[in-house]
Design a protein around this ligand. Structure first.
Ligand code: SAH
Ligand code: ZN
Ligand code: ZN
Ligand code: ZN
Ligand code: ZN
Length: 431
């Protein structure tokens, strides 16, 4: 429920709360839903703030200047003309990240450009475009081919025919290029904030979308495209796959995904009365509790999703760091078959595939490792913990050996003494 006068170029703003120390209730403000870095989007407004006419006008001007040079419709037309050109006339400006028609060459002469853009290149725009690198929220981490292929094979084996690709351009692209081959029945619709993709896909294949505020830039027509896509075959055999930026706000994402799932649910014919639209939400394992808070029906799979351009998170066999990124899904875990040749095995008690290092703990009665390493059970904590942790009697829980003990370090908020927190302050104990 955010008034549209305070839209930024990326759609309706979100309401945030700023709390400073000692303050009971924070002051509420609107900010851009997608860019949490002020440098990328300067939109900011206190909730109770009156905005002057001049500032509104300035904001409108700012929004106008931050619109893309062509509309999606125009880009589709341009693409049609582009593919008619002989190879020698197909250029892509790397600076403007734009396919160029010969009449436009002049304007880009002092820019770096690529020549002889082949059909194969047009079919893999994620290779042609450079990955966006905004550190906070908009960084693009592209699936390694192995992981992308695994996801697609899994989707096909599970019998899905349509994939709503939310922030997964590389998966979309893999599906699109196979769709031109015979016998390949899977279709995909890409929803992404990266408007550069509108140069390569029609309005039935790509919607410019902000997954932090469920905003379709193309208005009702785009929303309808998405709805139609979900409605085909009474909504059967469709799955949503999403790989949001990790800096993203889980709450905002969950709210948008619930809206997409609700859109699917409206298709409701006889079949899926109490069902949810199947979802793969790809996200780091340390967000597990946050995701489950919003989606109790989800569970986390052990599969480690790998990326091409994520230096830290390459598939690690020896020494190299392993990817912390996992698949969260509302499908029955036993259906998610993980590749045995990569060391995953089926735990018959947990009824799911787990990492090779993930040992079934008899006491927890579950395969407890989250990161793929073998975890150990702590009888005092009554749970399994990371192999590098030890039980600290001071903190009364497990922690890294060289941690600084919380209880002896911190000062109580109420009495100012060290050794306990506000909740256990002895000066409050008899009130
Ligand atoms: N691994 C995926 C890419 C994930 S990177 C793949 O290879 O296909 C995150 C993706 O989400 C990027 O494509 C990025 O453009 C998109 N994205 C980032 N912020 C977004 C937003 N607010 N709304 C919609 N998509 C967004
Ligand atoms: Zn913005
Ligand atoms: Zn198990
Ligand atoms: Zn255990
Ligand atoms: Zn412990």
């Amino acid at each position: 429920g955010v008034p549209c006068v305070i839209d930024c170029p990326l759609g309706p703003a979100l309401l945030f709360v700023k709390t400073s120390q000692g303050e009971e209730e924070g002051r509420r403000f609107y900010a851009c839903s997608a860019c949490r870095d002020r440098k990328d989007c300067n939109f900011f407004q206190w909730e109770d703030e009156k905005v002057s006419e001049t500032r509104l006008a300035a904001r409108e001007e700012y929004n106008r200047n931050h619109q893309p040079p062509f509309t999606h419709r125009q880009n589709v037309e341009r693409y049609k003309n582009f593919v008619l050109l002989p190879l020698s006339k197909r250029r892509f400006c790397q600076e403007c990240q734009q396919l160029l028609l010969p009449a436009e060459w002049e304007k880009h002469l002092d820019h770096q450009f690529l020549c002889d853009i082949s059909t194969a290149q047009l079919k893999s725009p994620s290779q042609l475009l450079y990955p966006l690198e905004n550190k906070k929220t908009n960084a693009q981490y592209l699936f390694a081919d192995r992981s992308c292929q695994f996801l697609l094979d899994l989707i096909i084996d599970l019998g899905f025919r349509r994939v709503l690709s939310v922030g997964t351009p590389r998966l979309h692209e893999m599906i699109q290029s196979k769709a031109s081959q015979e016998d390949f029945r899977v279709r995909s619709l890409l929803l992404d904030i990266d408007f550069r993709y509108s140069q390569f896909y029609t309005e039935d294949e790509f919607c410019h979308y902000n997954m932090f505020n469920h905003y379709f830039f193309g208005g009702e027509a785009a929303r309808e495209t998405c709805r139609k896509f979900l409605y085909q075959d009474s909504g059967e055999r469709v799955i949503m796959v999403t790989d949001p930026p990790f800096g993203g706000l889980v709450e905002a994402l969950a709210s948008s995904f619930k809206k997409l799932m609700a859109m699917w649910k409206e298709t409701e014919k006889e079949g899926h009365n109490n069902q949810e639209m199947p979802v793969f939400w790809i996200f780091p394992y340390f967000f597990e509790s946050r995701i489950l808070e919003f989606f109790p029906s989800f569970s986390m799979m052990d599969y480690q999703v790998d990326y091409d351009n994520h230096a830290l998170y390459k598939h690690g066999k020896t020494g190299r760091r392993q990817s912390p990124v996992r698949i969260f899904t509302n499908l029955t875990p036993s259906m998610i078959v993980l590749p045995v040749e990569e060391g995953y095995r089926f735990c018959t008690i947990c009824q799911r595939y787990v990492s090779s290092g993930n040992q079934h703990c008899e006491i927890c009665n579950s395969c407890t490792s989250k990161d793929g390493r073998r975890w150990k059970h702590c009888v005092l904590c009554k749970k399994c913990v990371k192999p590098s942790w030890f039980h600290c009697n001071n903190c009364n829980c497990c922690a890294l050996q060289n941690h600084t003990c919380e209880k002896t370090d911190a000062v109580c908020f109420v009495c100012g003494k060290a050794g306990h927190k506000r909740s256990t302050c002895p000066s409050l104990s008899h009130t």
